[in-house]
Ligand binder design. Structure first.
Ligand SMILES: [Zn+2]
Length: 325
């Protein structure tokens, strides 16, 4: 992958594990119609409980990338939930994507870059980190509010220091969340990321702290304030084409903020341009053109280009990801 080429740095793999991938998925009865709709809108016409899903999903995703303007995608593992003393919470979490599966998928598809996921309270957190570095992880992904991670816990300091030494950036969910169950809402606040930032880890605040539900607290401006204090802090534009999260896109285009942002879609999350059209950021012609694009990875990209994100927005991530020497 060329460093001048645009990539999507926030793409989820989702698996049911029925074919032996190690993934699991818990879809509540009321979420089933939504999950089916999500599969259809990404163009996948197999059932969520098909034993072949975990093989077909990455194959389909690779096809979407190849047919898009993007040269690649960073695909994300998803660790289990743990309590602060390192016990796995078998009652919590809605999906699990093991690091091994992500590395295996990335070995098959050269357009993918692997982001591992490690809860730092795991008894084997440091060993797992070493394994993932060895296997070529380019970033580490977690959701502090959904995984129950107080990143400022002193016990995690060695973990963040090792990440900083290895040049492995942290992609951390910030802001509300409604697709994955929240364990500790306070950890949606970007200030929970202070310790890794102080240890020298490059931190990317996913969704820029925007709210996902109407009643979520708004952390977007907290994040902007933190940009001034922490030169190693960034934000991603994943899911900003979802109506509620999209309210700050105009502000994101300001040069003082835009220089700290990287492009991600949050695939398979739905993508729509209506909010930006209503806010006057998108012309009717651009809205119509983008809404006709069936490839959601490409639609998300084209909407951002039409809103005014410059070419650097789509390539800046290359300077943050870990490079194997
Ligand atoms: Zn995501």
């Amino acid at each position: 992958m060329d460093l001048n080429e645009p990539i999507d740095m926030h793409v989820h793999l989702v698996g049911n594990g029925l074919g032996g991938s190690g993934c699991w998925l818990r879809v509540k009865r009321w979420q089933r119609p939504f999950a089916g709709w999500m599969a259809r809108q990404i163009g996948l016409s197999i059932a969520l409980n098909d034993p072949d899903w975990d093989r077909l999903f990455p194959a389909h995703l690779a096809g979407l990338i190849r047919e898009s303007s993007l040269a690649g995608a960073m695909v994300l593992a998803q660790d289990a939930v743990y309590d602060a003393s390192g016990h796995r919470r078998t009652d919590a979490g809605s999906f699990y994507v093991p690091n091994e599966y992500v590395f295996e998928v990335c070995r098959q598809y050269p357009e993918f870059l692997p982001a591992c996921s490690i809860h730092p309270a795991r008894p084997d957190a440091l060993e797992e980190l070493e394994r993932c570095l060895e296997r070529g992880a380019v970033a580490m992904k977690c959701l502090p509010n959904c995984h129950n991670i107080d990143c400022n816990d002193r016990r995690y300091r060695r973990f963040w220091q090792r990440m900083a030494d290895a040049g492995l950036p942290l992609l951390a969910h910030t802001g509300g969340e409604h697709t994955v169950p929240v364990i500790e809402p306070r950890y949606a606040d970007p200030r929970v990321l202070r310790q890794p930032l102080e240890c020298g880890v490059k931190v990317i605040a996913a969704h820029c702290g925007t709210k996902s539900g109407l009643f979520d607290p708004e952390y977007f401006f907290v994040l902007l304030g933190m940009f001034g204090e922490h030169p190693n802090l960034y934000g991603d534009t994943s899911a900003l084409n979802v109506p509620l999260r999209g309210r700050h896109v105009r502000r994101c285009l300001n040069p003082d903020v835009a220089g700290r942002l990287v492009h991600g879609s949050d695939f398979p999350v739905p993508v729509s341009g209506y909010r930006h059209w209503m806010g006057g950021l998108l012309s009717t012609q651009d809205l119509r053109r983008c809404q006709k694009i069936s490839n959601v990875i490409e639609r998300d990209y084209q909407l951002k280009v039409a809103c005014g994100f410059g070419p650097e927005h789509f390539t800046r991530i290359h300077s943050l990801l870990r490079r194997m020497s």
